[in-house]
Write a protein that binds this ligand. Structure first.
Ligand SMILES: [Ca+2]
Length: 508
């Protein structure tokens, strides 16, 4: 520039003015630096709140995840609108119930043409990235960068899809996803833009394959059993008796690590054999049966699950440390959640799907330094449906009128919220499907839960105050007739409010 000015014969005074202008514009740029908060959304897959230290776990410790709660807010009543993997992800992207975003059960393909929180933030100047488990079938839209597992993805040596083509990785998937996320933060993040990073683990999804460093955790302990491990389902209708998700009957030899895993390197397989072969030999020689066999399966299943959680905890810790080291932590909203809850043997089950508490509820921890009081706890009934509106709200982006949740910002920042929802609506569709859980919808209030298994026209009502483990439906109890009538009215109102009151249900 200076050379050009000289050639044109500009006087020195003009050059000085130009230099002043340049430095002034730099000052203005600095002053106007984009200080909107970064959003780090961390989601695992199938992580039940029962397996988080900060929720009072009896079975494990999660010191890194607990940091988010200790330095931020723990939500004790966060629910999902449809307790299954793909649908929950679609709800979080769109802020709409499954019947409106079109992804009602696994196997659907997400319509990436529709508006999403990622697109809206991208349009508003956020740099957006999706790293890890995507599980929505279609190619991600609204992300400047993606690096995702194909479908469910394996626990070891995943081939991943990126904006620049497929990549073959060697190693343990929980660590690889974290390495990719850290690499993005270090080398691809733009300094002059806030970011939305969706960092999403495959773990601890079935079949619960621990990483090499975690294979022997819990070898020397016995994990406490839940009180309802031997539930006989006598206190409710027929749906719970018809399912196929019991620890007793439905875990496969592959789930139980009685067969060798596929796709491991020689070294990975050697570590695997050293950990499992002696235990499997002892099991085969023991000839366990009846409840003793169920107890053995429970220990094997839960320990592998917790070993997978251990890796998630350690790897989230790596990312939190990086935020601290770089100073990014100060202006980053960190969320930890799971795509839904999970059964760790309650009612004799593994898996999810039901509107019963363990799978209906999901962990939600949020840290936002200077905005959220450290160590705070909320018992408001919130939903995964609320996440996208929360992101838009903290970013100062207008929330589309057709999103169906509510921003959590006032709860997070301790503002008075007098008109928060008093009930939540749920709808699960994947039947016929894996684990044979009947379609159902329902409503939960502070005290009661009404569920309608509508294809077999069976109703259940639980009094959560009297029966927090949901062992006895009081739907037919005359003492609850008035409650049933009130809850049915509430259910009808919610179905209408969310536009889910058509007779025909989508999903085929
Ligand atoms: Ca899931």
């Amino acid at each position: 520039m200076r050379l050009q000015l000289m050639r044109r014969g500009c006087r020195p005074a003009v050059m000085v003015s130009f230099a002043v202008l340049l430095s002034l514009s730099a000052v203005v740029r600095l002053w106007a630096a984009d200080d909107r908060p970064n959003i780090l959304f961390i989601m695992s897959d199938d992580h039940g709140y029962q397996a988080l230290g900060c929720y009072g776990s009896r079975v494990n410790q999660t010191p890194n995840l607990d940091r988010i709660a200790n330095e931020g807010m723990r939500f004790d009543r966060c629910f999902v609108t449809n307790s299954i993997c793909g649908p929950s992800r679609a709800v979080i992207l769109t802020g709409k119930y499954s019947h409106l975003n079109g992804f009602v059960h696994n196997g659907n393909t997400f319509n990436g043409q529709q508006p999403t929180v990622a697109k809206l933030l991208q349009q508003a100047g956020y740099q957006t990235a999706m790293i890890g488990k995507w599980h929505l079938g279609s190619t991600p839209t609204g992300f400047d960068y993606y690096h995702i597992l194909q479908g469910q993805g394996p626990y070891y040596n995943p081939r991943m899809l990126t904006s620049g083509g497929p990549v073959n990785h060697t190693g343990y998937t929980t660590e690889i996803i974290t390495d990719v996320a850290l690499d993005w933060l270090k080398n691809q993040r733009r300094q002059d833009q806030p970011f939305l990073l969706m960092y999403q683990h495959k773990a601890p999804h079935r079949n619960w394959q621990p990483g090499p460093e975690y294979l022997r955790n819990y070898d020397d302990v016995t994990i406490p059993e839940p009180e309802t491990l031997f539930d006989d389902y006598q206190g409710r209708g027929s749906a719970a008796k018809r399912q196929a998700m019991t620890i007793a009957k439905h875990l496969t030899p592959n789930d139980l690590k009685l067969t060798k895993p596929q796709g491991l390197t020689e070294q990975q397989l050697a570590a695997w054999n050293a950990a499992y072969e002696p235990k499997n030999r002892a099991f085969r020689e023991s000839n366990l049966e009846g409840q003793d066999l169920v107890r053995w399966k429970y220990q094997r299943y839960v320990k592998d699950y917790l070993r997978c959680v251990d890796a998630v905890d350690a790897n989230v810790g790596r990312v939190l440390d990086y935020l601290d080291e770089t100073g990014l932590a100060k202006n980053t909203l960190v969320i930890y959640t799971s795509d839904q809850g999970w059964y760790l043997g309650e009612h004799g089950w593994y898996d999810k799907r039901w509107m019963y508490e363990e799978s209906f509820r999901t962990p939600l921890l949020v840290r936002w330094p200077g905005r959220i009081k450290p160590g705070s706890v909320s018992d408001r009934m919130v939903l995964n449906l609320d996440f996208p509106e929360t992101f838009l709200d903290v970013a100062g982006v207008e929330i589309p009128a057709d999103m169906q949740g509510r921003s959590l910002r006032p709860i997070l920042t301790g503002q008075p919220v007098d008109d928060w929802r008093k009930s939540v609506y749920y709808h699960y569709y994947e039947f016929p499907g894996p684990h044979d859980v009947q379609r159902h919808y329902g409503v939960r209030t502070d005290r009661y839960k009404l569920i309608h298994f509508y294809q077999i026209d069976e109703w259940e009502l639980y009094d959560l105050q009297q029966d927090p483990r949901e062992m006895r439906s009081v739907y037919a109890d005359p003492e609850y007739a008035e409650v049933v009538a009130d809850m049915k009215r509430e259910l009808t109102a919610l179905r209408k409010q969310y536009g889910d009151d058509r007779l025909a249900t989508p999903g085929g």
